[in-house]
Structure formats: C-alpha cells, structure tokens
Design a protein around this ligand. Sequence first.
Ligand code: KG4
Ligand code: ZN
Length: 349
Amino acid sequence: MIRILAIETSCDETAAAVVEDGQHILSNIVASQVELHARYGGVFPEIASRAHIEAIVPVIEQALKDAHVGFGDLDAVAVTYGPGLAGSLLVGVNVAKGIALGRNLPLVGVNHLEAHIYAHWLEGQPQGLPQQGQPQGSPQQGQPRGLPLLALIVSGGHTELILMHDHGRYEYLGGTLDDAAGEAFDKVGRLLGLPYPGGPAVQKAAEGGNPDAFHFPRAWLEESYDFSFSGLKTAALRALEKYSTPPKGRLLADLAASFQAAVVDVLATKTVQAAEDLGATAILLCGGVSANAALRATTAKRAKVPVDYPPPALCTDNAAMVGACGYYRFIAGERAGWDLDVVPGLRLV
Ligand code: KG4
Ligand code: ZN
C-alpha cells in the first residue's frame, strides 16, 4: 500500500489530499479563494500567492487529520510544479520540499494537466481503466477500457485534445489557438453580469434557456483538432451591445444557453471525431469545464465509445488528482530532486 500526501496550489485553490494506491481518497481538502478574486472578475496573482501562504499549513493539517494519518504514515509527497501561476506554484512546491526533507520522504513533481487526466483513476470512476504495466486492452473488473484513451482537457487555462497511449505516454492532437474554453466561459459570464467564475454561473443561467435563440459562430478550423473561442466571445459582446443594461430573465437564459451550446458543440464534435479517427477506446473529459452538464450530455450522446467524467468536485482543481497522478509517477520510479523548480508554462507534450 502506498500513501501519498498531495499538494496543489497552481491557481486559486489551496488543496491537499491523502491518496492511497493512486485510487482511494482518504482526505481531499480544497480552500477556495473565489471570494477574494470575485471583485476583480478573475484571479489576481499577487493575492493568490499570499492567500496560499496563509492557507497551506492548515489545509495540509486538515488533510492529515481527516485521513487519520501522521507524517510517519506517508510514503511520498507529490506536488504540482506547473503549469500555473509562478507565485502560487512556489508556495506548494516549497512546502512539499520542506515536508519531504524534514520527514525524509521521496518528492514527486506532478504536471497539473496530467493530474486532471488522473482524476479518472480515483475511486468512484470506472475502474476498468488500464493500470500501469498492464497489457493494453486487457479487461479489469467493471467496464473494460483499453488504450489508447482520448482526453479532452478543458480548464481555465487550457483546451487540449490528448491521446493517451499509456501511463506517461501522450500525443498532442490539438488545442486552442486563443482563449481556453473556461476562459471563454469566464469572460462571457462577466459580460452577462454574472459572478466569477463564469463557468458554473453560465451553466446555471442557461437552465431553461433556448440554445437556438442566438446563432453564435462555431470555429470549426477544418482538418485540425485545434479550437478557437475568441470569435465567439466577440459575437457575444456584439449581441449584448444592443442592450443598455445587463440581460435578465428570459433574455439572460437564452444568451447563456446559446453561448454554452456553441462552446459545447465544437468541443463535443471535435472530441468525438478525434476518438473515432484515432481508435480511442473511451473519452475522458478532464478539467474544470468538464463539470459542465451540457458538455457531458452532448459528448455522451454523440460518441460511439464510453464517455467518462469525474464528479464535479474532482473536475475542478483539487489535490486528490495530484495524488493519483503522483502515485503512477512514483511507481514508475520518478523522483524530484531538491532543485525541483516551478514551471509556469509546463506542457504535457
Ligand atoms: O481546472 P480548473 O478548476 O482550473 C484550471 O486549471 O484552470 O478550471 C477552472 C475553469 C474556470 O474557467 C471555470 O469557469 C470552469 O473551469 N468551470 C466550468 C464549470 N465549472 C467550472 N465551466 C463550465 N461549466 C461548469 N459547470
Ligand atoms: Zn486545473
């Protein structure tokens, strides 16, 4: 049994978790800074790193307490070292180093994007997912999933289609040329007069709205797995310019539903197409935007292979996913040195 303390501070959530064997969540604490950043309509980096410094020790203490373990019960410390905000990442990385050094524990550096994919290996997810070293495509208990798997990573900073050939082996298929999907939700949410973060607020506002009320553009970028959301954002701005006050009631619901439908249409269509083209055995929806109910439903409806998505709390930033990913890196023998540095622009491939 391998027990990992995982730490995540890449953006505006201070998070710590204890995860056993990359799967069992013994604890999962997330201290959100949403209220601190809401008045700026987005994450204010300087405030984020300060808030991480204040929250990190109590969050880790709570994670150990909830898991009923002490430092002596741990086998390793895993920490996100990128991508993300430099000042935020630094807090997690330095605390993780301090614990690992002080308690003589191995340190594992985790890529935040890869961690979003590994949320699918946490318990409660289809446990037919391939384990490390397992022959490709061999069935497990539950519904079998073989390799390769197609991951759509959609968050506040990223929109990427990744083909996962094996644990730690990824192929980049395409990504956004401008805004990330979550960024588009956040920006349009602000235009609609909704609170930050825009994603969940737009989804809520869209309830009962007519997704065909406004014909927002879809950037298909034919013959590629790339995305573009800046034109859609501009179209939403133009549609809103006609009104002198922030939209309310039916109009707000229709605008939110039409915008959401345009984002979801492109994401789902390209993901389903890529899965078919590349022979993926399943689609893994990953990252904060994969909490979106319309994205889940539309992708599942259109795909010919199973579409997996973690519960919303494991889609948005958390440390349990870092513990799952850290476990697979740990059993593959990966260790970080004391010179582990933050890499704000870290890529998966
Ligand atoms: O993965 P995440 O928590 O942080 C990053 O790594 O960026 O993703 C945050 C993003 C935000 O842009 C937020 O608006 C979006 O995920 N989001 C959603 C929903 N929940 C969170 N977007 C659409 N629908 C949702 N239900
Ligand atoms: Zn994230």
